[in-house]
Design a binder for this molecule. Structure first.
Ligand SMILES: Cc1cc2nc3c(=O)[nH]c(=O)nc-3n(C[C@H](O)[C@H](O)[C@H](O)COP(=O)(O)OP(=O)(O)OC[C@H]3O[C@@H](n4cnc5c(N)ncnc54)[C@H](O)[C@@H]3O)c2cc1C
Length: 157
């Protein structure tokens, strides 16, 4: 365990559901990215060692299979949760949520492209309810535009 920084980032361990023999381990911090390039069996062995070191369990059943996420190295996700870095601000969420074309562009009809999803919610980013609320927000935006008699959208349909 000494040579394995990521195992110290284990912050939660529980069965996937009551009575299950599937153990779900959660890791945090930059070190947790190293798990993605660690062979699955090795990940399992380190987890077993961690469990033994902090419980009174003498023996544990052998591991049948280890699955680990690879969201860090996946270019389409680059991680698991939306994270507001020190270089970012709340207004970045509003920028991501802004439909295209932007309001100042009068050449193109409004609302050609709209954005929903947790990463566009300033307060509840990283949550399911945040994602849901952004879907409602964008539907409202569209309805408002369709109900606006001056809307260029309405003239098109
Ligand atoms: C491990 C983990 C645990 C979590 N636990 C909780 C929890 O307990 N409670 C909670 O509230 N939230 C939790 N969350 C967060 C929650 O899951 C997300 O905030 C939520 O699912 C985001 O929804 P979304 O619709 O914005 O995006 P997503 O659910 O990520 O949906 C985006 C979809 O777009 C698809 N996609 C991406 N790119 C393309 C493309 N180019 N073309 C077509 N499709 C594409 C993706 O495949 C995906 O299906 C958790 C997240 C993780 C990772």
């Amino acid at each position: 365990m000494e040579n394995c920084p990521w195992v110290h980032r284990l912050y939660s361990l529980y069965t996937s559901h009551p009575g299950s023999n599937v153990l779900l381990a959660w890791f945090q911090g930059n070190e947790s990215r190293d798990i993605e390039s660690t062979p699955p069996q090795e990940v399992g062995q380190h987890c077993l060692a961690a469990i033994k070191s902090c419980t009174t369990l003498e023996s544990l059943p052998p591991i049948v299979n280890v699955e680990r996420t690879q969201w860090g190295i996946n270019p389409w996700t680059k991680g698991s949760y939306t994270f507001l870095s020190k270089a970012a601000s709340g207004s970045d969420f509003d920028t991501l949520a802004s439909p295209l074309p932007c309001e100042s562009d009068k050449e193109v009809p409004a609302l050609q492209l709209m954005f929903a999803g947790e990463a566009t919610h300033r307060q509840f980013y990283g949550t399911v309810h945040g994602a849901y609320l952004t879907g409602v927000r964008e539907a409202d935006r569209l309805l408002e535009c369709l109900n606006d008699s001056n809307s260029t959208l309405l003239n098109r349909y």
